[in-house]
Design a protein around this ligand. Structure first.
Ligand SMILES: Nc1ncnc2c1ncn2[C@@H]1O[C@H](COP(=O)(O)OP(=O)(O)O)[C@@H](O)[C@H]1O
Ligand SMILES: [Mg+2]
Length: 147
């Protein structure tokens, strides 16, 4: 099942993400899928707010992962843009975050398509699509990822 909403602004995307974060209670891996500038990191900022995280959320472009532990659930924000395989992610010690038995919080993953085999069998996929300068189509679906 796919749920779609139209966001009319950056603030609205953050608001949608904030509300969604409030509904999460168990370890979850969430894929943020969309082109550069679609709003993945913007979504992550609102999501962190919804977990009660007060720190400034910035893109983990260079660190690959930023963690935030001051909220209701731990947040692990990944940007896999610079990685090109599951093995590379494993070498960096990321496997435990993608095992729902050991994950102690929520993973938000940008460019997850670069590390496909690493992902658990069940993920939430959020797609962001640019309609025009300020409008985005945001889709929510549960995904059984084939390894
Ligand atoms: N409705 C919207 N939702 C999210 N971002 C928007 C929206 N409208 C405009 N923007 C702009 O698009 C850009 C999205 O950037 P960012 O979140 O870093 O994208 P990504 O992480 O997907 O590369 C920001 O400059 C933001 O201000
Ligand atoms: Mg980004």
């Amino acid at each position: 099942m796919q749920i779609e909403v139209i966001s009319e602004s950056e603030e609205m995307t953050q608001d949608i993400a904030e509300k969604y974060a409030k509904s999460i209670n168990s370890p979850t891996v969430i894929l943020l899928v969309g082109d550069l500038g679609a709003g993945k990191t913007t979504f992550a900022k609102g999501f962190a707010k919804g977990l009660g995280i007060k720190e400034l959320v910035t893109s983990p472009t260079f660190t690959i992962m930023n963690d935030y532990k001051s909220g209701r659930l731990n947040l692990y924000h990944f940007d896999m843009y610079r990685l090109s395989s599951k093995e590379e992610a494993e070498e960096l010690g990321f496997a435990e975050y993608f095992d729902l038995r050991t994950l102690d919080g929520v993973c938000l993953v940008e460019w997850a398509e670069n590390v496909k085999g690493l992902l658990p069998a069940l993920c939430v996929e959020i797609t962001l699509k640019k309609i025009d300068e300020t409008k985005r189509k945001i889709g929510f679906s549960v995904k059984g990822w084939v390894k």
